[in-house]
Design a protein around this ligand. Sequence first.
Ligand SMILES: [Zn+2]
Ligand SMILES: [Zn+2]
Length: 101
Amino acid sequence: MSGTFCQPDPIRCPYCVQDNEFRIMLDLSGGVGGMFYCAGCRHLVRMEVPDFQCLCRACMNLRGAVALVETGRVVPIADQAKREKSPERAMRPLSRSSAAR
Ligand SMILES: [Zn+2]
Ligand SMILES: [Zn+2]
């Protein structure tokens, strides 16, 4: 008997907040645990593909912001504030790199 019935912690979407918690992502791999999908923002996670690039809007925004910083172009503050207005993104933990300073 192994821990088959012991559910591991669910994978949560870093972009969507539901009931004061990050939204639990759907397991697309049928229990194998390799692929997760967020029905809220279409964020996709693939455990077996480390450099898999998700094409959801949140990830595209994130990569766009990083690219701008790397090329020396800074996103106008007003533009960032507009995007941050959505309460769903207020707790975004991945915004550290662009918003910290
Ligand atoms: Zn999401
Ligand atoms: Zn994504």
